[in-house]
Design a protein around this ligand. Structure first.
Ligand SMILES: [Zn+2]
Length: 171
């Protein structure tokens, strides 16, 4: 069982921008869904109620299996809202990895290229990169070429910063 982390904020966001209901303030979201060029094909599918797409309460949804046994509607997200979803799913959950963020987001939301965007968002996260266990390998020792005349090639080794020893010397 994959630990999906805390997806309360995503549920809350889906509630705020989802189908029209009491206390729902997703007017801008619904407007963006209708105008977003990247969603043109999906809107047409929604109009025809094909491939699981349909309109519910002013929003475009897709009815699909979000886990192997859970069938539900997920909200189609317009471009300008995707960054917010990713921030909630990655940064606010303590920087979960790509698989967990994907599992969590895809329970509530969908957009064209979502998997690619999630992957790029998580891999591009500066905080995740800083705490990554990956350390670059040390440069290998290379053999120096034999030179034919003095100062044909000059090499300098730079070390430091060095701590001062007793008496203040750096040796
Ligand atoms: Zn991160």
């Amino acid at each position: 069982m994959v630990d999906l982390g805390d997806d309360r904020d995503l549920v809350e966001l889906a509630g705020e921008v989802g189908p029209v209901s009491e206390g729902n303030d997703g007017e801008e979201f619904r407007k963006a869904v209708k105008e977003d060029e990247s969603l043109r094909e999906w809107r047409e599918l929604g109009d025809k109620q094909e491939r699981g797409f349909s309109w519910k309460g002013g929003t475009l949804v897709k009815s699909m299996y979000v886990t192997w046994d859970e069938f539900r509607d997920v909200l189609v997200v317009p471009k300008e809202w995707r960054g917010g979803v990713l921030t909630i799913a990655h940064e606010k959950t303590g920087h979960l990895g790509v698989d967990k963020v994907l599992a969590m987001v895809s329970k509530h939301f969908l957009w064209p290229g979502m998997q690619r965007d999630i992957s790029a968002h998580c891999r591009g996260c500066v905080i995740c990169q800083r705490k990554s266990k990956y350390k670059p390998k040390r440069a290998p020792v290379v053999e120096r070429p034999v030179l034919s005349e003095p100062f044909e090639d000059v090499a300098v080794d730079i070390v430091g910063p060095l701590e001062k020893g007793k008496g203040g010397c750096l040796c």
